[in-house]
Design a protein around this ligand. Structure first.
Ligand SMILES: CCCCC/C=C\C/C=C\CCC/C=C/C(=O)SCCNC(=O)CCNC(=O)[C@H](O)C(C)(C)COP(=O)(O)OP(=O)(O)OC[C@H]1O[C@@H](n2cnc3c(N)ncnc32)[C@H](O)[C@@H]1OP(=O)(O)O
Length: 303
């Protein structure tokens, strides 16, 4: 399915950035295309539900990949295409990202996509991770993460790549880049995203220890911007979005680009090398062994 979706993607250029344009031949992608014909448009691909209210300009993308919204190849592809469709839709001005799964925003990248697969698979998977981050971090429209559950590693990356983060104030939830706990390493652009969010020193400690933060600690270090009672998360995200929408789009967009483009350009300048790095790193016996152990611990509920 993911391969079919990928064949439907056409690359177009915006300045120095390569972005997606959804091709609509495949049934699944074409369901994402009709956002602007009435005030409220809903579309549900298999892994992400998109709901755009064109009277307010606010879209909600709800992750629905049970049990834990892990980001596999198919999810990543749908996410990138969904974002691209909304970016091209003039009636959309801002996107709220949230989860349909109870207690989990996203468990991060799907570990099974990094374990026991072929180099060709790792390459395709990593390109899809890069595509998703490039799209989201360099997104022209406003993005708000409504983090209604735990958000480790890739889930934290998605949150940090958004413009504003609101987290449910539940002391059981955790957020952070925990890669080292799995025996793997967050790549430079995950690290850059975190440095840009919480600063260099906090990132040094966070990444080396693979720290996962409670909502209150995440707020203290600036990893999230606001905590709210869980039941208010979507209404708060919508109210917050309305305030962001008061700012003229072009001025906000240029300001965002000024701050984020150098970070985006760093990966754009070295995408192939980064993929090569990932493939050779992840395929190492020692790394596969670490991931295998982590998966076993997850299954035994010891993580
Ligand atoms: C020169 C050097 C260069 C180095 C750099 C080069 C390249 C970089 C290399 C690598 C970079 C990789 C970057 C990786 C990013 C990631 O995102 S890795 C994923 C990290 N995620 C986690 O650690 C989360 C693990 N999961 C949990 O902590 C919990 O599952 C939970 C999300 C808190 C939910 O808890 P709970 O509700 O109790 O659910 P369960 O634990 O019971 O889980 C349900 C089932 O889901 C499976 N699962 C959970 N997470 C994942 C996942 N991320 N991927 C795949 N599967 C997952 C879990 O095993 C359960 O399955 P079963 O029901 O037992 O079958």
């Amino acid at each position: 399915m993911a391969a079919v979706l990928r064949r439907g993607i056409k690359f177009i250029s915006f300045g120095s950035s390569q972005v997606f344009s959804g091709g609509c031949k495949h049934g699944k992608t074409s369901t994402l295309s009709s956002f602007s014909s009435s005030n409220r448009n809903s579309s549900s691909s298999s892994k992400i539900k998109v709901d755009l209210d064109s009277s307010t300009g606010i879209a909600v993308m709800k992750f629905q990949n049970p049990p834990v919204n892990s980001m596999n190849l198919e999810f990543l592809t749908e996410f990138s295409i969904g974002l691209e469709k909304l970016e091209l839709d003039k009636s959309c001005r801002g996107v709220i990202l949230t989860s349909a799964q109870p207690k989990i925003f996203s468990a991060g990248l799907d570990i099974l996509d990094m374990y026991g697969k072929t180099p060709e698979h790792y390459e395709e998977f990593w390109r899809a991770v890069q595509d998703m981050w490039l799209k989201l971090y360099g997104y022209s429209k406003i993005t708000i993460a409504a983090i209604n559950g735990s958000s480790p590693a890739g889930g934290c990356l998605v949150s940090m790549a958004s413009d504003y983060r609101i987290m449910a104030d539940n002391p059981r939830y955790r957020i952070g880049l925990n890669e080292t706990q799995l025996g793997i390493v967050a790549p430079f652009w995950f690290k850059d995203t975190m440095v840009n969010t919480v600063g260099h020193r906090t990132t040094e400690l966070s990444l080396q220890f693979g720290l996962m933060y409670s909502p209150s600690d995440a707020l203290k270090i600036g990893l999230v911007d606001q905590l709210v009672p869980e039941e208010n998360i979507l209404s708060t995200a919508t109210e917050t979005m309305t305030k962001w929408l008061d700012i003229p789009d072009h001025a906000r967009e240029i300001s965002k680009s000024m701050l984020r483009k150098p970070t985006v350009d760093r990966l754009l300048a070295s995408r192939d090398a980064d993929i090569k790095n990932f493939v050779s790193f992840i395929a190492k016996d020692s790394i596969q062994k670490s991931l295998g152990l982590y998966l076993t611990m997850l299954k035994q509920r010891k993580v």
